[in-house]
Design a binder for this molecule. Structure first.
Ligand SMILES: [Zn+2]
Length: 146
């Protein structure tokens, strides 16, 4: 019998593994808060996490809570291939946060169709717990979408 390989269970979505750089991000998510790094030298947030600012290379960076509000910047709808735990169709979205950085995410509580997923629609973060890890997801702001 072949050795067991590290295949995710078919009913479960894959879970990200925190690294030293991303651990504060995931720790904040576990507390129900979206926190991004902020460069005090050039005064801007950035994402994904790293130990220095990608704009000015300064290491004067800190973690700051952000509003969790943003807009739908772009997306694609996956119609065909579903990784373990997923059902098609579902949108892979790029959300532009109020503070500037863009995150890849999914949009919940809305049909996964071009008619419902309107560019620039107002979104707010929510957290979906998968395998013990809280994943930031987005949903339309209450009252913001028809
Ligand atoms: Zn900077």
């Amino acid at each position: 019998m072949p050795a067991e390989t590290a295949q995710p269970h078919k009913d479960h979505k894959a879970v990200p593994k925190p690294t030293p750089e991303t651990k504060p991000f995931w720790d904040a998510c576990a507390e129900g808060e979206l926190r991004l790094q902020y460069c005090t030298a050039c005064e801007g947030h950035y994402f994904p996490p790293r130990f220095f600012c990608p704009t000015c290379l300064s290491r004067d960076v800190e973690w700051r809570a952000v509003s969790g509000r943003g807009r739908l910047y772009s997306y694609v709808i996956n119609q065909s291939f579903a990784p373990p735990g997923w059902e098609t169709p579902y949108a892979i979205a790029l959300v532009e946060l109020e503070e500037g950085p863009r995150l890849m995410s999914n949009i919940l509580d809305v049909p996964q169709t071009p008619e419902a997923l309107v560019l620039d629609m107002e979104l707010e973060v929510t957290f979906e717990v998968r395998g013990g890890v809280a994943i930031p997801q987005f949903r339309p702001v209450a009252g913001g979408a028809a």
